[in-house]
Design a protein around this ligand. Sequence first.
Ligand code: GTR
Length: 337
Amino acid sequence: MQRKLLWIVLLSSLILIPGENLLTAQQSKLILRCADVHALGYPTIEGVLYMARMVKEKTNGRIEIVVYPEGSLGSEASVVEMLRLGALDMGRVSLSQVAEVNPELGVLILPYIYNDEAHKWRILEGSIGDDLLKSLAKYDLIGLCFQEAGHRSFYNSKRPIYRPEDLRGLKIRVQPNQIMFRLVEYFGASPVPIDYNEVYPALAAGVIDGAENNIPSYLTSGHYKVARYYSFDKHTSIPEILLISKKNWLKLALSDREILMKAAKESVPYQRLLWSEFEVKSREELEKSGCKFNEVDEAAFRVGLENFYQQNAREFESVINKIKKLNSGLDKNPRTY
Ligand code: GTR
């Protein structure tokens, strides 16, 4: 059934009604299909729907964005591939998935790279973030904007984690991303890369002992039902990213591209607001359901991390320096919040 839906969507990607040359088709109706692994109501999707409303208004209903939720169009890896081929118009995925295609983005995944949320957004919405979004064009992708996704921490079915040594012997699912694989291995667990929508059955069957993610995903994926211990080590803070297929983007009129880009950027503050509310509500719900949360000895997670950086982040050295300077206020054009 899912496969059938996938084919229908792919065959109808970037639908123009009636079929005219896109560049001259200002009057034609255009439907852009957007994939997401989350369910309707999740902040990533709500952010895109906010953008969709703005685009619809600005184009008098001519351009519509339709979201396909719950991974109905496939894994994040296949969504990125479809976008590159022009077989799908838009996709909201984790940045870690795009870093597999363009390793330059890996810098934004590194452990404890941001000092706080304001620092993170100064990076994402400043020249570093802009350059990284633009760098995706080389890979047939257009980066529209980043979205908030909080912190990722470990959770599992066996015990609370206080220090990295507590992870020893645990099989922990990781996103299919090299840096995440090496990080979880570095902390002492056995990393198991699995696509998001396949994690629940693997946890339930005991094939893996745990995973790592933010609080909203821990709740909405249902993982909390089978992995009851959530430990706030906050090892990474991987942003989400909203992409559009470059092949399809180039078929659009310049004025439409502007409308889409502007609406995407303007949806970000809304998405961030929704995120912070959703995070609080998710925690409350999880606590009510009896999940066991614990704070960790964060210093123990940070000890020796320079070795991890030495081994895995040498190519990011100049960007990391910029990130540090930005934080210490040496950037000439720091953003104010
Ligand atoms: C979530 C993210 C998803 C997906 C998932 C995962 O936080 O929103 O896009 O990447 O993590 O762990 O696979």
